[in-house]
Design a protein. Structure first.
Length: 430
């Protein structure tokens, strides 16, 4: 979408708000964040004879929300760019960094039923399967429609999406190829809450366009995979427990069936100014020497940076159809001041499936440190450092790169997210 079309959409929204006598509130927020990163083995093992990378990336987002008695409108536009990616005094910005992040309407039929239509974030539970991916500057959205029901401590969402590149007179082939970019998606989500516990159930059906031809660019049918499972939270005295279990089945492609699973469990306990945590996650994988089915679980549309180490070696645009993962981790969050804390987290990684030649399944150990300081109202600073101690077996799943080079990553992030404007637009209040 061009900049002119996005600006035009904002103008139409603002005009609509000013003339609608039923309008109740208008809210405008800003989200400006800049992040410096030093990458020396981030996301993959660091190769020989290569220089580390360093850069600053920035997101500038404007959120406009409107609420009436039975109607909500929300539009979020953003610019995501790397410092220096546009030449100074360039007449036309050619880096295509400006985009429409969200644009949806929610219609409330009554106190229980509503529908939400348009470009939107879909996020549930711990964001393992569906999440907003706020760590990534661009975030994650879906062009979807959702029917929503909520009454008391029960909520039900039923949603779906159908993706096309452009309007056509003939054919429905979807030529946009990307990492798990779906052609069609349908899901149902149910959540029940109690005083101190919750339980949810998700069924997700996603269809991916198949291709054929010399250049693999001719649409040829759709393969569907299903993901179903549960997420739950409950206390055991002063210990908070949370966990999940999901199963994936269906097709990876027209010739390969899928049978995969995920289970996780984490316990957290607070003592004084320290929060302790101990957890594990198992994501099934496919043997490197081959298997009768694809047994590799992939968490699809979650906030994967949140899981399995902040260095993103697994399931962040990588590790699909691979040997899976066994992740055992421990963490502690120390309160270091009135407005600051320090997170220390350690992961022990192992392959879930067999590596070629029956190599050792131990992949490596990662240490993550994150310091957070609230500098003032609306302004927060994060400083992070991570180090991967990779084993020889890590090379087998990372393209044969050497495992014994230093693999570390450091970053500093500043987040500024003030409320710019809030107004009650009812005529009776004027």
């Amino acid at each position: 979408m061009t900049n002119q079309r996005i600006l035009g959409l904002l103008c139409v929204l603002l005009i609509f708000i000013t003339i609608d006598v039923t309008a109740q509130t208008l809210n405008i927020d800003a989200d400006v964040r800049a992040r410096f990163e030093y990458r020396h083995g981030y996301n993959n093992l660091f190769p020989d004879d290569t220089e580390p990378a360093a850069f600053v990336q920035q997101r500038t987002r404007l959120n406009i929300g409107y609420k009436a008695e039975k109607l909500q409108l929300f539009v979020a536009v953003q610019d995501v760019s790397t410092w220096g990616d546009t030449r100074q005094i360039l007449a036309i910005d050619g880096n295509d960094s400006f985009s429409l992040f969200q644009a949806y309407a929610q219609i409330n039929f009554n106190e229980n039923w509503s529908t939400k239509l348009g470009r939107q974030v879909i996020s549930y539970d711990d964001q393992r399967i569906f999440g907003g991916l706020d760590w990534a500057m661009q975030g994650r959205f879906h062009d979807a429609a959702i029917i929503k029901y909520k009454k008391g401590n029960i909520m039900i969402d039923v949603g779906g999406a159908f993706s096309q590149e452009r309007p056509r007179n003939e054919g429905n082939g979807f030529g946009i190829q990307g990492f798990f970019t779906y052609k069609a998606m349908q899901y149902a989500y149910l959540k029940k809450s109690w005083e101190k516990s919750t339980a949810s159930f998700l069924f997700l059906n996603t269809g991916f366009q198949d291709f054929r031809g010399v250049d693999n660019d001719i649409p040829d049918g759709v393969s569907y995979r299903q993901t179903t499972g549960t997420y739950f939270t409950f206390p055991i005295q002063n210990i908070k427990m949370a966990g999940s279990a999901y199963y994936q089945f269906g097709e990876v492609n027209p010739t390969t069936d899928l049978a995969a699973y995920q289970v996780s469990l984490v316990a957290t306990y607070k003592q004084g100014k320290i929060v302790y945590g101990l957890g594990m996650e198992i994501l099934s994988g496919t043997d490197q020497d081959g298997d009768s089915k694809n047994k590799s679980f992939f968490p699809l549309y979650g906030t994967n940076h949140k899981f399995n180490g902040f260095m993103d070696y697994f399931f962040v645009g990588n590790h699909a159809n691979n040997v899976g993962l066994n992740d055992i981790y421990a963490k502690a969050v120390f309160t270091t001041g009135e407005k600051s804390n320090l997170l220390v987290k350690a992961h022990y990684f192992g392959a879930n499936a067999d590596l070629t030649g029956d190599e050792d399944k131990y992949l490596g150990t990662e240490i993550d440190l994150v310091y957070t300081q609230n500098l003032m109202k609306f302004v927060k600073l994060n400083v992070g450092y991570s180090h991967m101690f990779a084993s020889e077996s890590m090379s087998l799943i990372k393209g044969g790169r050497p495992h014994d080079n230093t693999n570390n990553w450091g970053w500093v992030r500043l987040i500024i997210n003030p409320n710019l404007f809030t107004a009650n637009l009812n005529k009776d209040s004027q």
